[in-house]
Each structure stands twice: as C-alpha cells, then as structure tokens.
Design a protein around this ligand. Structure first.
Ligand code: 13P
Ligand code: SF4
Length: 472
C-alpha cells in the first residue's frame, strides 16, 4: 500500500471510531473530500492533463488558483509506490548522509508523517527566524507553503538553497492579492489621501502585508515604507504602523486585519473592505475618508470554516471548554471564542494549561490532532467536526521529501525557490522590520484579550458593514 495521509485514510475507511483514533470525542469523523485518501501526486497529474493549476483536496479546493500558480512535475514512480516504512528508511538515510548540510523546517500544519522528519517545527514567524539562523546548512528544505519558502530564501544566505518539496504547495489566501491589483489600489489611495505627511510627520497610508503573500508584495511594502506581519506579531506591527502613518492598507487577509485592528479599539466603520475588482474597492469617497485600516478582501478557506454555531455546540457538549481560535477566523468567531492567537500561541496555551483542561480549537486539523496526541492529559478537539486540512499544506508528502533529499545526496538541487534579488532587496526591508516587531507573550496577549472582552461586554459590539460582502 503506497503511503498517503494516514489520518485521512483511516477516516475514509471509517476506522477512526473503531480504533479510537483522534478526533472529537464522542463524534463520528468524516472528511470534507474523499480525494484526501489519494496521494498528492494524483493531483500533479490531473493538473498537467487539464493544463490548469488547482489547490488539491481540502479546505481551499474550491478557491480559484491563478494561472501562474506554480505546478509540480511528476514525482518519479518509485516514490509514489513506496510504503511509509520504505520512505522513512530512505529519508533517514539521506538525512544521515547529508548531516549538517541540510536542515528541514516544518510548519505546524504539516501532516505527522512529514513533521517527524523536521529539525525545527514552528509558526510562520519562528520559521522565518529559523531560516535566517541556520547559516551552516547548504540546503533548507521547507515543509510548508510557497510564501514561507520564498521568505526563507530572502532571509537565508546567498550560499544556501531553499527547497520546497512540492511546488504546488501554495496558499490560496496569498494568491488573493497580486502586485498589479495592490499597485492599482495604492494609486487610488494616493489620489484620495495625497502623499504628504501630516503635522506629526505621519504619512497618509502604511502598507502592511501578512506573511501569507508573495515576495513581490513584501517588496512593495519595503519600497513604500511598510512592513510584513505574521499572526503572532500583527498587533505589534499595527502599533508600529500607526506611529508612522495615519492609516493602514492591510492585505491579503481581511480577518486578521479586522480582528487585530478591532482589538486595538478601531471602530468597524473605519475599516472599509477593499474589493480589488471595483473602483475605490467598492467604497464611497466618504467611507474612504474615514478609513483607519483598509482591509483587502482576502481570506483563508481553512479558517473560514469555523462558525459561532460550532462554538455553541462545543460549549453545550463540554461545559467549561476553553475555545481558542486562530485570528484568520471571521470576527464573530474570534469574538465568541475565549481566546485567539497564532499557531504558536495555541501550542503554548495548551502546554501551560492545568491537566484535565478541555480545548476546542479553531485551526488546521493536522495541528489540532497532533496536540491531542501529544497532550493526552487534556481533552483536545477541533471545533469543526469535519476533517478538512489545508489543501496546499497537504501537497507536501514524505514521497516528495525523499525525492528532494535523495536529489541533494546526488548533488542535485530539485525544486529550488529563488526570489530575484531586485525583489528580495526591497522585501528584506519589510521582513527585517517584521522580525524586529516581537510577538507579545502568551500571557500579555491573553490579558489584553480579556480586558478588551470586558470592555466590549459593557460597550456592545457592532457588526461590520462589509461582513456579508462577496468572497468574505
Ligand atoms: P501562523 O503559523 O503564523 O499562525 O500562520 C498560520 C497559517 O495560516 C500559515 O499559513
Ligand atoms: Fe494559506 Fe490558510 Fe493554508 Fe495557511 S491554512 S497556508 S492561510 S490556505
């Protein structure tokens, strides 16, 4: 039997319940897409035959992949046919032979079958730092998605090569903003607000891009006095931006932008949503006059699946449950949860909790399942009862990892991610600003959230005018 995603395969075979595998206690598990039980290489082939790229099975399957999205060529048959055990032996042998010449970085959302080979596992912020710090390795194999590998390339040394084991591991949210659309937006903002600083020296607009964006957009921010943020330091980054600018253009994730700005006390009516297909983003000049943060109309299809109804259900099933969601979730979900935070925040919150805590977690399923397995002293389940992984993280599989590592053993660098220096030079400016904006500690972050929640309890919450907009 060739290796596929073991958890998904078990679910698809309806064995999860019988074997007592991970998942929501007391609830049958189903997956969002039967194709998850196939090897990711089946989708490389389907894309090659169709001539169009796709994201593969999982939560972002229905998103539209831009035509220029990188596609993965055919994985040699031997890697498709290999069993889990065979791939493990081959990967370990290649790692042993390469020694310190290679470092494998993994994002928390990677499947367990890949995570077990990672030398370092982390969130986007930590992985960017890790790429910068691993100077001794000739090759950085990045088990994550394309924008993370681009960032690793820009932050690592010229003597290092960064490898993405499957080129189709992109990010549908990152693909929702491209350079021409952001430039067109910027031109309209300059026309509206001018380019001169105010009396306090603050420029009209600071561009802030989420880490989940192309290198070209990071370069745009570097060139225009802006900065990159991750979900762990978004609040610190927005503070940085408001010290220097009167307002912020935040792309591509509207939800992270809205949730972070709202927690800073910015009213929803000062957060217009920008639809790149409409003049003025679909807003009136009066609305734009009042803008404090202009939110790009992007979103993550994994985190969009979480709902307040799921939170209500979790609270009904498990009184006292602690609900933690990722800030890529819609605002009403973040508001209804007990806490929100990056993947590292979620991990640290679980680690610090007293034994016997019950957690309902709103983030990608591979990470939630791993937490449930690693911290058996707690009850941990995913808010979404349907197993639905990030479709692009899913594209990385031990078969591709074995292929690129064995390539390195032969002296061949496969699937190298290289950002042109003309782009990287500007993107690094924005990335270095981001690395200087340290994330708040879990404790400080939790305290601030609790204080904001108390305040909201007395002041009430208003729904955003744009919450029902198409694509939200
Ligand atoms: P973090 O790891 O920064 O929390 O981001 C989550 C994510 O969506 C990565 O794609
Ligand atoms: Fe992109 Fe969402 Fe997947 Fe993260 S979880 S890589 S934001 S699609």
């Amino acid at each position: 039997m060739p290796s596929v995603n073991n958890t998904i395969q078990l679910i698809t075979r309806a064995e999860a319940e019988r074997q007592g595998t991970r998942g929501r206690p007391g609830r049958a598990q189903e997956s969002c897409d039967d194709d998850l039980a196939k090897g990711p290489w089946e989708f490389d082939l389907a894309e090659a035959l169709a001539g169009t790229p796709g994201y593969g099975p999982g939560a972002s399957n229905a998103d539209t992949a831009p035509v220029e999205t990188p596609r993965q060529g055919q994985l040699p048959q031997e890697y498709k046919d290999a069993s889990d055990d065979e791939l493990t032996v081959r990967i370990m042998a290649a790692k042993a032979e390469l020694g310190d010449r290679v470092v494998i970085l993994g994002h928390f959302y990677q499947r367990d079958e890949v995570v077990k080979f990672a030398d370092f596992l982390g969130d986007s912020f930590q992985l960017a730092n890790a790429a910068k710090a691993r100077d001794a390795a000739e090759a950085i194999v990045f088990c994550g998605v394309h924008f993370m590998a681009e960032t690793a390339d820009m932050l690592s040394g010229a003597h290092q090569s960064v490898i993405l084991p499957n080129l189709a591991a992109g990010c549908s949210m990152a693909d929702m903003a491209d350079l021409p659309s952001v430039e067109a937006c910027w031109a309209q903002l300059e026309e509206l607000y001018g380019t001169e600083p105010d009396a306090a020296g603050r420029v009209p607009v600071i561009p802030v891009t989420y880490m989940n964006s192309s290198a070209a957009l990071k370069a745009f921010c570097g060139e225009h006095g802006g900065i990159v943020c991750t979900s762990s330091n978004a609040a610190t980054v927005l503070e940085w931006a408001y010290e220097r600018g009167q307002r912020v253009l935040f792309f591509p994730d509207q939800h992270l932008g809205r949730n972070t700005a709202k927690a800073m006390g910015i009213p929803l009516e000062h957060m217009p949503l920008w639809n790149p297909r409409l003049p003025l983003g679909g807003n009136t000049p009066a609305v734009m006059d009042n803008a404090k943060v202009v939110l790009w109309q992007g979103f993550c299809s994994v985190h969009k699946r979480f709902t307040t109804a799921q939170i209500d259900q979790a609270r009904a099933d498990f009184p006292g449950v602690r609900v933690i969601v990722h800030p890529e979730c819609p605002m009403e979900v973040v508001d209804a949860a007990d806490e929100s935070g990056s993947t590292d925040y979620i991990l640290k919150a679980v680690q610090a909790a007293p034994d016997g805590t019950t957690f309902a977690i709103g983030t990608e399923i591979n990470m939630v399942n791993r937490l449930a397995a690693q911290y058996p002293q707690h009850t941990i389940f995913c808010l979404d009862p349907v197993i639905c992984p990030c479709s692009t993280m899913y594209r990385i599989h031990p078969g591709y990892l074995a292929w690129v590592l064995e390539g390195l053993v032969r002296g061949e660098v496969l699937n190298q991610i290289t950002v042109p220096e003309a782009t990287a030079v500007h993107a690094r400016v924005a990335l270095e600003r981001m690395l200087a904006a340290r994330p708040r500690s879990v404790q400080e972050s939790a305290e601030r959230q609790a204080a904001a929640r108390d305040q909201r309890g007395t002041a009430g919450v208003r729904e955003p005018a744009a919450a029902g907009a198409p694509g939200a």
